[in-house]
Unconditional design. Structure first.
Length: 151
């Protein structure tokens, strides 16, 4: 048996948001009240730095008449987008060895493990020791937005 129902129509409001560090992102809410409630409960966080100090930025319909952003804001957004793209590529093409990073980097360097790209977590002392041993490492920012799959 099948029942026909009218489609459910959801109206979403898209807000331009920013954290205290001026990382900008979008948020989708069912209403202004929904946005206010989520901010009040600390449920919204910056996908870059996980800050919960979120404010709604002014927004208007997009008109392609002239640039409304200041050049430094536009550059900031481009740098953030490029960093996210680079980090996504690094994550997709390396193995996460977690807190075993220093140990696994040494094993690869001394041909005790197969050569491959790895990423993980190491203390400052561990990083200094790796560099002193001649092992090339590159520190990378740990971006909150890349911890989980974004919808």
């Amino acid at each position: 048996m099948f029942i026909s129902r009218p489609p459910i129509r959801l109206s979403m409001k898209v807000y331009n948001l920013a954290c205290e560090h001026n990382h900008r992102f979008e948020g989708w809410f069912s209403s202004e009240e929904d946005f206010g409630a989520q901010v009040g409960k600390g449920l919204i966080e910056c996908p870059v730095c996980e800050s919960r100090a979120i404010v709604r930025m002014p927004s208007a319909p997009r008109l392609n008449l002239s640039s409304t952003q200041k050049p430094e804001q536009d550059l900031n957004a481009k740098v953030q987008a490029h960093l996210m793209k680079v980090m996504s590529t690094v994550i997709a093409n390396s193995e996460d060895v977690g807190e075993r990073f220093a140990e696994e980097a040494r094993r690869i360097h001394y041909n005790e493990a197969p050569e491959r790209a790895i990423r993980g977590i190491a203390t400052t002392d561990e990083c200094e020791a790796l560099v002193e041993e001649g092992i090339d490492i590159t520190p990378l920012p740990q971006l909150a937005a890349l911890k989980n799959t974004l919808q």
